[in-house]
Structure formats: C-alpha cells, structure tokens
Design a binder for this molecule. Sequence first.
Ligand code: 5GP
Length: 194
Amino acid sequence: MGNFEGKLFVFSAPSGSGKTTIVRHLLNQEKFNLEFSISATSREPRGFEVNGEDYYFISLQEFKQYIKNDDFLEWEEVYRDNFYGTLKSEVERIWAKGKHVIFDIDVVGGLRIKKKFPEKTLAVFVKPPSVDELKIRLKKRKTESDEKINMRIAKASVELATAPQFDKIIKNYDLAIALKEAEELVGEFLELDS
Ligand code: 5GP
C-alpha cells in the first residue's frame, strides 16, 4: 500500500437533488474502494440517523471549539445555527485505511475542498430537474416542517448558480442514468478499466 494515493470525491447539490442516493450507490461499488466522510454537525438527528454513521452529532459549543482549534478542513453555517463541517481527522482516518474519501456536502464546502486539494479532488454537482421538483421531493420526505423546507428551497436557487464551478455536472432527471454517469466519472478519475 506504499504508493496509495488517496483521492477525494465531492458530491454537492441542493438538498433533495438525490445526491445522497448517488453517494450511497457509489459506496456499494467495491471496486471504487470508497469510504464516506462523516461530517460533524450541530443540528439535531433526523429520523433514523445514527451518530458516528450519518454524522457526528455534536453541540454548538463543541462545534465552535473545533473551529477555534483549527480542526476543520472546511465548515459552514449551512442554515442559521446549523453548522456542518469536515474534520481533518476524518480524511486522515480514511486515507490511513487505504481508501478514497467520498463527501456528501453543501456546495460551498465542496468547492473549498476542491480548492485545498485541486489535483486529488473530483467535484461533482448533482442538478435536480427543477426547483419545483425539489419542493415535491422534500415534501415527500416528510422529515421537516414547511418552514425548514422553504429555507432549503430558497438556498437551492443560490446553490444552482454555482454548478459551473464544479468539475462535472450530473443531471438527476432519471435516477438510473444518473447512477451510471456517477459510476463512469468515478471510474475515470480512479483510472480503472471499465
Ligand atoms: P442535511 O441537514 O440535509 O443532512 O444537510 C444539509 C446540508 O449540509 C446538505 O447540503 C449537506 O450536504 C450539507 N453538509 C453536510 N455535511 C457537510 C459538511 O461537512 N460541510 C458542509 N459544508 N456542508 C455539509
């Protein structure tokens, strides 16, 4: 494993675009040797989320302490008082296992990681069919209040404008096609024979 060169795969998109489904699918492809970067967040767990699997759920106070200690590779107040960030130790942990890192993070954080590791990172933007469709998907999910959903929708329009700054864009109009495209992009970046 001496010459293992760890890569980073960033998948960013407005919430409800289907990026989490894409990321899960890629994680299931053994040939890619990927591991999910577990972010730290100050938001409350939703539904069946598990601490240390979906996120490291920490208090706002702890989060601010990590910021002070410069422990984050990137962090963001994605929604007011809801902080999210990637700990430097998380990437080190995964690379030390000889695996590549895959991120499911917001557009600002995604672009920051790309900037920090321009050669090692493939930054992919997942585009939803439309803002209206996003609204429908978020409502179907039934995990949040209308107010929270509206907050996510407002943010989505701003996020969509950042798409051209990513290395690649996947249009998630048809999930099966989007999954295939995602596989191709990762395979190419890892220089695997298809
Ligand atoms: P959710 O609350 O739906 O899990 O996530 C809200 C948003 O925060 C999503 O766009 C998600 O991708 C983003 N996010 C999750 N983890 C991180 C992180 O570590 N850093 C940043 N910048 N955004 C994150």
